[in-house]
Design a protein around this ligand. Structure first.
Ligand code: DQA
Length: 144
């Protein structure tokens, strides 16, 4: 069975309470429950982690080499400036899909640029929590 890791970065533990007009009222627990249900339907395994710390996210990306067939990552604000997370993604030979709940292109200018996108398989933005389900579906059904 294929295994996928879902990594949520800083402040995403505050989903449901954090700026609900931007990120909605569903919590991180709701998101993880949706992913587990989708994984059962897709006949894959999913493991979810969240961290507010850059180094922990990097360690998780490195560990995924031995533990997963692909990664779904929402790096939060690290998206826009963490060359260390970008390099961690580039260092692993796994398909990585970047997800953003909000449409970052409709928001402040600093959110328009992702330093991680060039080393990902693809990016999904602005579709809310459904973006993670689409990413999981793409990885589950993809060739890699
Ligand atoms: C986000 C967008 C980022 O700009 C922001 O810093 C986040 C969440 C999103 O999911 O829309 O923390 O990645």
């Amino acid at each position: 069975m294929k295994r996928f890791i879902v990594i949520n970065g800083p402040n995403l533990n505050r989903l449901g309470k954090r700026e609900p007009s931007v990120y909605g009222y569903e919590t991180l627990g709701d998101l993880e429950a949706l992913l587990i249900k989708a994984a059962i339907d897709l006949e894959v395994e999913v493991n979810c982690m969240q961290s507010n710390h850059e180094g922990e996210i990097i360690d998780c990306i490195h560990r995924s080499v031995d533990e997963a067939d692909g990664i779904i990552i929402n790096p939060g604000a690290f998206t826009h400036y963490s060359y260390a997370i970008r390099d961690a993604i580039a260092s692993v030979d796994l398909p990585v899909i970047e997800v953003h709940i909000s449409n970052v292109h409709k928001r402040e200018a600093f959110r328009h640029h992702s330093v991680v996108s060039p080393v990902t398989k693809g990016q999904i933005v602005g579709l809310g929590l459904y973006g993670y389900i689409l990413a999981l579906t793409a990885l589950a059904k993809g060739e890699e």
